[in-house]
Design a protein around this ligand. Structure first.
Ligand SMILES: Cc1cc2nc3c(=O)[nH]c(=O)nc-3n(C[C@H](O)[C@H](O)[C@H](O)COP(=O)(O)O)c2cc1C
Length: 492
């Protein structure tokens, strides 16, 4: 066959395979078999039209003569013989219409491509009560919003031509080998997002090589959650200290026997449950026991807040001295979760904690507390020695792989991600895996574009960042700050 020959429909449709791929473009027939794997837009764009007419899509992206210059004479098969067109051919050319989900329909998992998509999808499908509980935060949401927006005020200083064909995101956190420096935050009553609750988080974390930190107020018992992952998968456990201390002592004894649990995250930023107005406003007909085995909700004058009902047992009397009491009942390394100042970071180091989580409970504790990235910068400025003595983690508003990279450049050992994982439970374990995969991919892409091949090598190297916009927001070093360090500490 030569380029002046006419090619019939019957002939073209014989070449409709990946390894034998003819396509009609603007009345001419081309053999794309050799070219397709090198197509800059990806081979699938071509394979989609194998044995068919691809003119419409071709013309949207390319100049008419591009393909004539690109292909060799032997790949130009001739003119399309329009006289051979049949009804079957016409039907086959009709583009598959991808139907858009109705406004309140649950979007298919494959259409969710970033972490915000998971929260938005849950807004459409979760019950009002669950949404208010999960997305809500304290008072005017100042801290919730600051967490997110401050990450966006850190800018990269990318380098180029640094051979980033292979990048590694692997690291170790609390002695656990993980695929990337991300862990799933502890979040209470996971069944508010989907029937599998924390079991989906545990299974999804395990298949993606990351760690889930189980909440004290999880919907399922810790044994059931651990059983949802292979016996070798590591977990962290988050502890709220109970006003009835003997209950916490019992719990600690039980956890000590669970070899999968590698660290105890003691949450300290919620001496009392804050005012979560969205949650309070929606009175629930259900008792909390529908979601959780911990407690029953009580609807009182303040409304029906799930957070307040499930958190009423937390002991506001907790103090730094209690770390010794915890140590007497547990051999697990202690991470203090909820550090919001450099002074407390230093205290945790002096109290020989294994680590801290810089956190404000995702804006669910004190509204007006700084966005967490500011606290991390404050710790770097005021007590950089902390990073060498403890594992420093951070959470709050981290929604992009690039946020993770920024946190590592600032010295964080790893980051916690909360709400997107909680919302992904509505898609079961597959949803949790999808969130982890998106993050993994985004971290790798950000590393490549920034010129970073290995995360471990750049931890704490702030030269990759421009922090100027945030530095002006840091608290001034005042006399009272030094006074606090030297006078309060001895009295504790
Ligand atoms: C629905 C929900 C429940 C939470 N429950 C707990 C909890 O039981 N214990 C805890 O220490 N933190 C809890 N947190 C706080 C998270 O562990 C984490 O600090 C926060 O979600 C991180 O912010 P992000 O959601 O913006 O990623 C919860 C957060 C949410 C959104």
């Amino acid at each position: 066959m030569n380029s002046h020959q006419k090619v019939t429909v019957a002939e073209i449709t014989k070449h409709a395979k990946v390894d034998d791929c003819w396509v009609v473009i603007n009345g001419k027939v081309y053999d794309f078999t050799a070219f397709a794997p090198n197509h800059p837009g990806g081979p699938d764009m071509i394979y989609k039209y194998a044995g068919k007419d691809g003119s419409k899509t071709y013309n949207e992206f390319h100049a008419a003569d591009l393909i004539e210059n690109e292909l060799s004479p032997s790949e130009k098969k001739g003119d399309f013989d329009e006289s051979t067109i049949t009804e079957t051919w016409i039907t086959a050319q009709k583009e598959e219409v991808v139907s858009q989900p109705a406004p309140n329909e649950k979007p298919p998992l494959s259409t969710l491509i970033n972490l915000d998509d998971f929260e938005r999808a849950f807004e459409k499908t979760g019950s009002q009560k669950s949404q208010a509980y999960i997305s809500g935060a304290s008072n005017d949401l100042l801290t919730l919003n600051a967490n997110r927006t401050l990450w966006q005020k850190l800018w990269f200083r990318p380098r180029v031509m640094r051979n980033v064909s292979n990048v590694s995101t692997k690291t170790r956190m609390m002695g656990c080998d993980v695929s990337m420096p991300v862990w799933i935050c502890p979040m209470g009553i996971g069944k508010t997002a989907g029937s599998e609750g924390e079991k989906a988080l545990a299974g999804g974390a395990a298949s993606n090589g990351i760690v889930h930190c189980v909440s004290t107020t999880a919907s399922f018992g810790v044994e059931d959650i651990l059983a949802s992952a292979p016996r070798t998968s590591p977990f962290f456990y988050q502890l709220y200290v109970d006003k009835q201390r003997h209950k916490t002592e019992e719990l600690l004894r039980k956890l000590d026997g669970m070899h999968q649990i590698k660290a105890l995250f003691v949450t300290v930023d919620l001496a009392v449950v804050s005012k979560r107005e969205a949650d309070e406003r929606i009175r629930t007909q259900e008792t909390v026991s529908v979601y959780s085995k911990i407690t029953k909700s009580s609807i009182d004058k303040k409304g029906g807040g799930l957070a307040r009902s499930t958190g009423s047992f937390i002991d506001p009397a907790l103090s730094w001295n209690d770390l010794d009491w915890i140590r007497r009942h547990s051999n697990l390394p202690i991470i203090v979760k909820g550090i919001q100042s450099s002074a407390d970071a230093k205290l945790a180091m002096e109290m020989k904690c294994a680590g801290i989580v810089v956190s404000n409970h995702g804006g669910r504790a004190l509204d007006g507390s700084p966005g967490t990235v500011l606290i991390l910068l404050e710790i770097r400025r005021d007590c950089p020695e902390v990073f060498g003595k403890m594992e420093v983690f951070i959470d709050g508003g981290i929604r992009r792989g690039s946020d993770v990279l920024k946190a590592i450049c600032l010295g964080a050992k790893g980051v916690g991600v909360g709400r997107p994982f909680q919302c992904s439970i509505s898609y079961g374990r597959e949803g949790v895996e999808a969130v982890a995969s998106i993050l993994q991919d985004e971290i790798e892409t950000a590393m490549r574009l920034c010129g970073i091949a290995n995360l471990e090598r750049i931890r704490g190297d702030v030269s990759w960042l421009n922090t100027s916009e945030l530095e002006v927001l840091l608290p001034k070093k005042t006399r009272s700050y030094h006074w606090l360090l030297s006078n309060i500490r001895p009295r504790l």
